[in-house]
Design a protein around this ligand. Sequence first.
Ligand code: OAD
Length: 313
Amino acid sequence: MISEVGDQKPEVRGQFTRRSPPLADVGGRSEVRLRLRSRLTVSSVEPSERFTILDSLFTMLPQAISPRLADVLSSAESICVLTGAGVSAESGVPTFRSTGGLWEKFSPEDLARFESFIRNPDLVWEWYNYRKKILSEVAPNEGHVALARMQDLVPDFTLVTQNVDGLHARAGSRNVVELHGNITRSYCIQCKLLAGEEEQATFERTPKCRTCGGLLRPDVVWFGELLPAGAFEKAMEAAHRCDVFLSVGTSGVVYPAASIPLAARSAGAYVVEINPEYTDLSPRMNETILGPSGKVLPHLVTILTQRHSHEST
Ligand code: OAD
């Protein structure tokens, strides 16, 4: 039972190990399609209880970072980070699968498939406009800022995200690998042209292409669709060459993104998960830091900054 993961030491992995499903069709936009794995009960401990305890722990104790992680960070030449919805939670952006998350209230079947869009574009746009409105009212949090700072503290740094919210770029991260697209863009389903900002700036229903009159759709990846060309490949390359891999704020149930930390681990990286709860990925990590990313990541930046100052003197 996955619900027992919380009681296991990281070394006790066997019974919880689940293999990634095989990759889907090759060809077209990218080599892989987005797939959702069946939902699992994550923890037997109340998430809110855990979150509170660890939130205060990380406020007070930067030394809660393990000596092993501090050590590998101090010598890492290459770091790769994968983020999920949890990294934006402290900004006030709802996640998908946490308690009260978006998929509790809305159905991915109705909102995150191309067929659903064709069936009811108004409904899909209403949902995306609702999310865009939330994003227009929030700001990057300490976790986003910490990741933006990290890019200047290691020789090779790659930030890969499943998020479509653009908050990493707003925090100053450069060259973010966006596996699932970006909600702030849209394109025409007929002529494929990216829409101008004026066409999508309003929160109106179902915008149309100015060039051909076709329906515009959000430039995001829906279930069963191909990832943006090169994005997954770039992420995998970074995962294979990094010394430290951080899996931050993701439940690890959507593939192919969830296979990236596993690939890093197989290639020899030290793989760390940062999440207030254990996930399906936890048994496959070198360590899981149970805490909110906005509190944990700044501590990692402190370690990298100390090393950086040491190297430049
Ligand atoms: P999920 O909603 O599945 O998972 C969010 C994770 O963030 C959970 O494991 C939470 O425990 C964790 N979390 C919550 N608050 C956190 C905090 N303050 N700090 C760190 N972690 C926190 O989101 P994703 O894994 O990103 O795809 O979901 C993957 C994909 O599924 C999304 O890109 C989206 C969704 O369907 C599409 O819409 C195509």
